[in-house]
Design a protein around this ligand. Structure first.
Ligand SMILES: Nc1ncnc2c1ncn2[C@@H]1O[C@H](COP(=O)(O)OP(=O)(O)OP(=O)(O)O)[C@@H](O)[C@H]1O
Length: 529
């Protein structure tokens, strides 16, 4: 490698000082390689000379008026920057190449040695065609003069043969004429693996949980941080807030991700059954039992997760059995004296106030403290109304698929109405309400006319509705109005017979209209076919 000497000359900030310094170097008959000029400093890079000549040059430079000091430097400023940049580019796990307009490689990072299968000194200055194959689609991209992004290309020469993703930009002069190009090339397989890892990240586990309110994000964060441990989780929250969705998300993020997730709705099973369902029974242990006996759900969930929904509904008897699972990690089948070890993570949920139940003696205190190791509270929808617009969009898409419609969005009025409502049934009620709207909607936008919630509609509703609507035929407007009148009467009267009386039509006429207009209302009566 050619050796050079670098000098830093500190000077007064005077006109003509650079010329004097260059003159001294010229007079000494020393070749100048490069020069950097600053306001009070000049750096020169000169050919390698003998020590004596170097000292003589320094002496000459120091004699110049306005020169303050001269010292030898390790590297020029631009060399330092170049090396830093090269270190950065070399650390990238993909090939970075700068090409001239003639496709000669002017710059490349060390990854390219592996990419092309050649040594550094065999690459510089050579035409890229000799490394990528004359037929490579990459050649077409490079010569197109256009930008391209992550295009799949092949690279093959006598040493390598593989698939890559190429991204490139043309380099242009001031008149926009191409003077070369820069490209990056990444390993296809590696890029795919990274994409897979990213798609498996935590956000994937919360994919089904729609909403970005601070309070919901906080719950997601807690779930991510506790998911990996085996501690028992107690999810509290009103009915329909998404407790089960969160329980599933915790399982997905846990070490037990690939093991079973068993859901038990404690309220749905009669007390007499729940014990045998949870813990199983030995053969012939009670009348009606299967001859061969039965494994319980805890056993089935072994190594996995069990989700005990509505835990507040368990009888005190079953509560004490559950306590044993938590204390000892064992279960005992009905009719058996043998304890069996199980390795199950328990996630439970309740919409009841367990504290209150404990005070009343309806829930065991010791069990409560065992379950409440990691308490998570999901806020009701009315406390995170900012999630409603996102949820509306999500449920429209979901219901479109379910009922085969193509509704594109909801009107602002519809969204505003939904934001004003208090949602005592939380997200489940919102979902049901949108399902009804989607079913009844005749256009491709959900409007106020298709709102069906269980409380009074907003006060301005009729006024808004009676406004003249452009683009709607008289027939359509009359039909919409009729739907509204029927709906309001049905809502108020909660009975088809009473509504018919109020509207001055017969009971059968009202039923016919309800069917024709596809109105689905919950009244005391049912509309038969
Ligand atoms: N944040 C959310 N994003 C999307 N869907 C949601 C969300 N929260 C709840 N849901 C939906 O609402 C319905 C009720 O949710 P889930 O069953 O998880 O509630 P829950 O709190 O367990 O109710 P319960 O206490 O009555 O058992 C489900 O259809 C669920 O998919």
């Amino acid at each position: 490698m050619t050796k050079y000497i670098r000098l830093e000359i500190k000077t007064q900030d005077k006109m003509g000082i650079t010329l004097k310094i260059l003159g001294a170097i010229y007079d000494s008959k020393i070749n100048l390689h490069s020069l950097e000029v600053f306001s009070k400093k000049i750096c020169v890079m000169i050919e390698d000379i003998k020590k004596k000549e170097k000292l003589e040059l320094i002496e000459e430079l120091e004699k110049i008026e306005d020169v303050i000091s001269v010292r030898e430097l390790e590297l020029m400023g631009y060399e330092k920057n170049e090396r830093k940049l090269k270190a950065i580019i070399d650390s990238v796990d993909e090939g970075v190449i700068a090409l001239s307009a003639n496709l000669e490689i002017e710059f490349f990072n060390s990854y390219c040695e592996k990419l092309f299968g050649y040594e550094k000194n065999e690459i510089l200055g050579r035409n890229i065609k000799s490394f990528i194959g004359k037929q490579s689609s990459l050649l077409e991209l490079i010569t197109s003069g256009k930008s391209y992004e992550n295009v799949e290309v092949s690279i093959s020469n006598e040493k390598v043969d593989g698939r890559y993703l190429a991204t490139g930009r043309a380099v242009k002069d001031d008149d926009l004429n191409p003077i070369g190009s820069v490209l990056t090339i990444k390993d296809f397989q590696k890029a795919r693996e990274i994409a897979e890892i990213v798609s498996l990240d935590e956000s994937g586990s919360f994919k089904e949980i729609v909403g970005s309110s601070t309070s919901l994000e906080k719950v997601k964060k807690i779930c991510s941080s506790i998911a990996k441990s085996d501690s028992t989780v107690l999810i509290k929250g009103e009915s329909g807030t998404g407790k089960e969705l969160f329980a599933k998300a915790i399982k997905k993020l846990s070490k037990r991700e690939n093991q079973r997730f068993i859901t038990v709705n404690c309220a749905a099973l009669p007390d007499a059954l729940i014990e045998s369902e949870l813990f199983g029974y030995e053969k012939g242990s009670f009348t009606g039992a299967l001859k061969r006996g039965k494994e319980g759900l805890f056993k089935e969930a072994d190594k996995g997760t069990i989700f005990l929904d509505e835990i507040g509904e368990l009888s005190l008897g079953v509560q004490s059995k559950l306590l044993r699972v938590l204390q000892e990690g064992t279960i005992r089948k009905i009719g058996s004296s043998k304890e069996e070890k199980v390795d199950v993570r328990i996630i439970c949920a309740t919409n009841r106030d367990l504290d209150e139940m404990m005070k009343k003696g309806e829930f065991r205190e010791d069990l409560y403290y065992r379950l409440n190791v990691i308490p998570i509270t999901i806020p009701p929808l009315r406390e995170r109304k900012e999630d409603i617009p996102l949820l509306i969009g999500h449920f429209i898409r979901k219901m479109n698929k379910k009922v085969g419609k193509d509704i594109v969005s909801a009107s602002m009025d519809y969204i505003n109405y939904m934001m004003e409502y208090d949602w005592p049934g939380n997200v489940r009620e919102l979902e049901n309400s949108i399902e009804r709207s989607v079913n009844l909607c005749e256009g491709n936008i959900l409007t106020n006319n298709y709102i069906f919630v269980d409380e009074k509609p907003n006060e301005n509703y009729n006024e808004d509705f009676l406004q003249y609507k452009e683009m709607a035929s008289l027939k359509e407007q009359v039909k919409e109005l009729e739907i509204e009148i029927l709906k309001k009467s049905l809502q108020k009267n909660k009975s088809i017979r009473k509504a018919a009386k109020e509207l001055g039509i017969s009971h059968t006429a009202l039923i016919k209209k309800i069917q024709k207009l596809n109105i689905r209302m919950e009244t005391k009566d049912t509309v038969g076919n």
